[in-house]
Design a protein around this ligand. Structure first.
Ligand code: CTP
Length: 401
């Protein structure tokens, strides 16, 4: 998703500047062409040499901006070159300048000389962030659709305060950049409520033993992030072990298929678009022991009982304005069983997902699939990252609503 893509990272004068080194390094390693612009005060926290080394390209400062022109003015060149511009950390000062169209350094001039999506990751002291004037600037800036905000998270700040003001994590900024490169900043899911299920449910025999599956929830998480970055209000119902859910996504944690069913049923009526990517158990142990069973009491064979099919239940409840998408984890022939599942469960579309291919499916960062829908459309998605596959799926289902 990042190979040969042109990303400009603007760094403001805040302590979170040190975290941006990781972002720049990861962008470079993923194959992106990275250019870095430091404000004058950013250089108090981090040196141009560090960023030059990590991006393999001279980092730009205001000094370069004001030098006699070699070719075209630097801000015009960079503004035309860049595909996604990221400002991290965004200080109260740069935020105020952008909100009022002030251009008095290389970074702010480059923003005004570009037309690409701009991703903003503010970081500052809690009281600074809470100031009415700062909030007003932030809200005003976000009314312009080219600006995409990753509001600061809460936590321990460098000023020893605990509260909102922490810059978004580098990994989450990276994912958002990838989304913006795919969509070019289009928010086609604004006003839509998207419900996603993720991960593998666990059907316990006793408090320590369960029947499970290798799902890690990465596909569901990618779907939730892609939907969020496209402007949706996103709810994620997830099984254990999927790691931290990024800020902005409302999540409910469940363990068993029955708990997932309850949570999905509670949220479903509100959802415009539901994607059931969780690997839900088909059966559970017939008996559950509240105490851990000693080894000698473990049964030689395990009686099993079916668990309800959540997706089929949702298909029965679906209203005309709602769209329901399922996954079909398949080996061998993937298309015909997927089509059958789509019909039986009354879905609008299904992702036929081969799980017997190298580096895709369960646990992998990558995936491949064939999308099918009730209008007879079929689209094959070749091996790509799960985030990319998620975006392809939202592109595909756009024709359905
Ligand atoms: N699913 C569900 N509830 C279940 C089992 C599956 O909601 N108890 C959903 C999955 O989340 C997926 C779709 O149904 O979106 C298909 O799941 P899959 O495991 O591929 O198929 P099954 O319907 O379980 O059929 P089979 O195991 O026979 O292939």
């Amino acid at each position: 998703m990042l190979r040969s893509r042109r990303v400009l990272v603007g760094i403001g004068g805040g302590i979170a500047a040190y975290k941006v080194c990781e972002l720049v390094s990861t962008l470079f390693q993923a194959g992106a062409e990275v250019r870095v612009v430091l404000t004058q005060k950013a250089q108090e926290f981090i040196t141009p040499l560090t960023l030059t080394t990590l991006s393999r390209h001279p980092a730009y400062t205001d000094e370069a901006f004001w030098q006699p022109m070699q070719q075209r003015p630097l801000h015009i060149y960079l503004g035309e070159w860049v595909e996604v511009l990221v400002i991290a950390p965004l200080t109260a000062n740069t935020l105020a300048k952008l909100a009022h169209g002030i251009a008095d350094n290389l970074l702010t001039n480059t923003v005004l000389a570009s037309t690409c999506p701009v991703l903003l990751a503010p970081a500052m002291n809690t009281d600074m962030w809470a100031q009415l004037v700062v909030q007003r600037n932030w809200q005003q800036l976000l009314t312009d659709s080219r600006y995409h905000g990753m509001g600061p998270g809460s936590g321990m700040l460098a000023c020893d305060r605990v509260g909102p003001g922490r810059m978004a994590e580098a990994a989450d900024i990276l994912t958002h950049i990838q989304s913006l490169l795919h969509t070019n900043g289009q928010r086609d899911l604004v006003g839509k409520r998207v419900l996603v299920s993720a991960g593998g449910t666990r059907e316990h025999l006793d408090p320590v033993r369960f029947i499970g599956n290798p799902s890690t929830g990465k596909m569901g998480l990618a779907l939730a992030q892609a939907a969020l970055h496209r402007g949706a209000v996103v709810k994620l119902i997830h099984a254990p072990g999927i790691g931290d859910v990024p800020p902005g996504i409302q999540s409910v944690s469940v363990v068993s298929a029955e708990q997932m069913r309850q949570a999905m049923l509670e949220q479903f009526a509100e959802a415009d678009l539901t994607v059931m990517s969780a690997a839900v158990a088909d059966v559970k142990p017939a008996d559950y022991s509240t105490q851990k069973l000693p080894k000698r009491l473990l049964p030689a064979s395990l009686p099993l009982t079916p668990v309800p099919d959540i997706l089929a239940d949702l298909g029965r409840l679906k209203q005309p304005h709602q769209r329901l998408i399922g996954f079909a984890a398949q080996t061998g022939d993937i298309t015909s069983p997927a089509l059958q599942k789509m019909q039986e469960k009354k879905l609008d579309a299904i992702v036929a997902n081969p799980i017997d291919q190298p580096d895709s499916g369960f646990g992998s960062d990558n995936n491949q699939a064939i999308f099918l829908d009730t209008q007879g459309r079929q689209q094959e998605i070749e091996h790509c990252s799960k985030l990319q596959l998620a975006h392809h799926l939202f592109d595909f289902v756009r024709a359905l609503y």
